[in-house]
Design a protein around this ligand. Structure first.
Ligand code: HGY
Ligand code: MN
Ligand code: MN
Length: 404
């Protein structure tokens, strides 16, 4: 490792604190293949190269930084750099910064095992609508045809945007060689909840990830003039959509542990003095039991159809993505919890690339305390001491795994 002042996690995150700030929403907006996300990629590559790691960006846009040369049996850690609109500073970058600091610690301890840091693109699915797009492409969960046809809000496809960023869309797709090089993947992530606050501990080991999916409800009516159209003569999809959002809340509230969210709603054409002709409503539903998710979505579909009809409109609901509930390997989970001083074991309602990789390689997750318990918001936070404790726990976890 070249001579350089040992970085801290908080010091690394301070370096990118102004990248992608969103003046309107607050927080950060760093969509995949946007200038801020490309700036973060360059930041990571520079830090990896400064450490003498072998850096490559693969055909799916995943960045790999290798210690000990590219090859099989690697201990891999990492996370993502893209964000939700107006997201916090830690969701994703905490795992990437912690990986750099943990690698410094492992080198200082003389741990020579082959290891790598992976940075996955489009984990949030904020631009192209499919979460964990990079890891889902690598594992083959999503086909390149489907991925490359996804469009952003401006109608640009992933293929166009990836090509403009220097990638060859013809080469996207399942990468068994990359997967075959991973012995174990451990992702560190800010906790998106209050578990560690209540337990008064800085780090936890993950037990599970809630099954979660996204659906698009399209409500269609009749566009018209806001002033020339009497109320009785309207077929207003915005009114139907508003009632559908309320019905979603009511139906989900009847199901213990279910979460159903409408965070995004786009009227067309979207003029103040225009009755919309169409409203697109995006639905996010999560629950520990995958069948319960599907049953709840079916009830929402039925309610949407009826409520739309009452307004002389139509409503269609289409599934855009679904990731089943993930239970991490119990033995690995318990080993790491024990190795980390009987760290608490917590589930999460948030999806992660680790949840995608878990189906293919031995995988674990670590969570770091977030004193606000809030995420996907500028309020998301990690105290400096906890950020360093997380990196130390990651180093301990990788050192423990290297000895096995
Ligand atoms: O949506 C999620 O749960 C994750 O933050 N992508
Ligand atoms: Mn994340
Ligand atoms: Mn997130």
């Amino acid at each position: 490792m070249t001579e350089h002042q040992r970085d801290t996690v908080s010091g690394l995150l301070a370096e990118i604190a102004d990248v992608g700030r969103d003046g309107r929403r607050g927080g950060y907006s760093r969509p995949v293949h946007s200038p801020p996300e490309h700036e973060l990629r360059e930041w990571f590559v520079e830090h990896a190269e400064r450490r003498g790691l072998d850096v490559e960006t693969d055909r799916n846009g995943i960045i790999w930084a290798w210690h000990g040369g590219v090859g099989p049996g690697a201990l891999v850690t990492g996370s993502h750099l893209d964000s939700v609109p107006g997201g916090g500073a830690f969701d994703g970058p905490l795992g990437v910064a912690s990986a750099l600091v943990a690698f410094d610690e492992l080198t200082a301890r003389g741990v020579t095992d082959r290891r790598a840091i992976a940075v996955f693109p489009e984990e949030e699915g904020s631009r192209f609508g499919l979460a964990c797009l990079g890891s889902q492409l690598m594992t083959g969960v999503v086909t390149p045809e489907h991925a490359l046809g996804l469009k952003d809000v401006d109608g640009r496809t992933y293929a166009e945007v990836a090509r403009a960023s220097g990638f060859d869309p013809e080469r996207f797709g399942a990468d068994p060689e990359a997967l075959g090089r991973i012995d174990t993947f451990v992702e560190l992530h800010v906790e998106q909840g209050r578990g560690l606050i209540d337990l008064q501990r800085p780090v936890a080991v993950a037990s599970s990830i809630l099954g979660h999916g996204r659906w698009r409800i399209t409500v269609e009516g009749e566009g018209n003039h806001a002033g020339a159209t009497l109320m009785a003569d309207r077929r207003d999809p915005m009114v139907a959509a508003a009632q559908i959002v309320l019905a979603i809340r009511s139906l989900a509230s009847l199901v213990t542990d279910a979460r159903a969210t409408v965070g995004r709603l786009i009227p067309t054409p979207g003029g103040t003095n225009v009755i919309a002709s169409r409203v697109d409503v995006w639905l996010d539903v999560r629950h520990p039991d995958d069948t319960t998710v599907q049953t709840l979505v079916e009830r929402i579909r039925e309610a949407a159809t009826l409520l739309a009809a009452e307004e002389g409109c139509t409503a269609t609901l289409v599934q855009e993505s679904f990731s089943p509930t993930v239970d991490f390997d119990a033995a690995l989970r318990d080993d790491l919890a024990r190795e980390l001083g009987n760290a608490p074991i917590l589930g999460t309602g948030a999806g992660h690339d680790a949840g995608v990789l878990k189906e293919k390689v031995r995988t674990a997750m670590l969570f770091v305390r977030n004193p606000t318990g809030v995420s996907h918001s500028p309020a998301e936070h990690v105290e400096d001491p906890d950020a360093e404790a997380g990196a130390a726990a990651l180093a301990d976890s990788l050192a423990f795994l290297s000895g096995r």
